[in-house]
Design a protein around this ligand. Structure first.
Ligand SMILES: NC(=O)c1ccc[n+]([C@@H]2O[C@H](COP(=O)([O-])OP(=O)(O)OC[C@H]3O[C@@H](n4cnc5c(N)ncnc54)[C@H](OP(=O)(O)O)[C@@H]3O)[C@@H](O)[C@H]2O)c1
Length: 217
């Protein structure tokens, strides 16, 4: 994959988005933080800048952010997912969508009508851009501490080439990435976040994650 590419983070003012921006910035990736409110995005960028090791960062509306991006990370709560993907439809041709969203209700996972958040995005986009599910099991706390070790990422989706590119990005930010299978596996991978939330509560952690053993050990 080329060295120079741009990642827009839709909902980039949130916990995951900000932490991911710091990780992506470390190897020099250009980041555009998206928000429903351009001023909020700009403020988030000013907050992130002192901790950004390298890379360029800017903040704007979600709609403007995706325009200049090669990869579009969806990092909004599930409640806003379908509407956000619908709002972005028509602007995603030639880009790869990375869907991090986990269907949660009060911290508990559920399977949405489409089968998973990823499949919901796929249905809405109807082939306009490949959708790859990723980062569900990576803790935002660990992501935001750019030297901290990261758990493993299970990446899923129906487009092998897009999935490979997303796995390369994840490796670049310091995590091991595994091909977790087709979009049909997404509900399992998304649901793991519900288990991780439970583990965090039960064991009083803020950043539990998962590790795959038996492959490449
Ligand atoms: N946090 C983690 O460790 C983690 C790990 C894996 C996956 N995830 C998934 O990543 C996604 C983002 O998580 P997060 O913790 O970053 O969430 P968050 O902080 O609650 O929200 C992220 C951003 O989404 C925007 N937003 C909030 N409600 C929205 C709505 N109804 N419609 C559109 N945009 C809305 C807000 O940005 P603006 O107000 O600026 O628009 C907010 O700053 C979630 O789906 C979560 O399940 C999180």
């Amino acid at each position: 994959m080329e060295n120079s590419f741009t990642v827009a983070i839709v909902g980039g003012t949130g916990n995951l988005g900000g932490a991911l921006a710091l990780r992506l910035g470390a190897p020099g990736v250009k980041i555009i933080i998206g928000s429903r409110d351009a001023e909020k995005a700009k403020k988030a960028v000013e907050t992130l800048k002192p901790s950004l090791r390298a890379g360029e960062i800017e903040g704007t509306t979600n709609q403007a952010a995706v325009k200049g991006a090669d990869f579009v990370v969806i990092a909004v709560p599930y409640e806003g997912h379908a509407q956000m993907v619908t709002d972005l439809r028509g602007q995603l041709t030639g880009k790869i969508v990375i869907d991090t969203v986990v269907p949660l209700n009060k911290g508990k996972p559920f399977v949405p009508p489409a089968g998973s958040a990823l499949q919901e995005a796929q249905q809405i986009l109807a082939g306009e851009a490949p959708v790859v599910g990723a980062l569900h099991t990576i803790s935002a706390v660990d992501l935001g501490d750019v030297d901290a070790p990261l758990g493993d990422a299970l990446v899923c989706g129906d487009n092998a080439e897009a999935k490979q590119k997303v796995m390369e990005i994840i490796q670049r930010i310091g995590a091991r990435a595994f091909d977790g299978g087709p979009a049909g596996n997404a509900y399992v991978i998304e649901g793991l976040t519900g288990v991780i939330i439970y583990l965090n509560r039960k064991y009083k952690s803020k950043h539990s994650s998962i590790r795959i053993t038996g492959i490449g050990d």
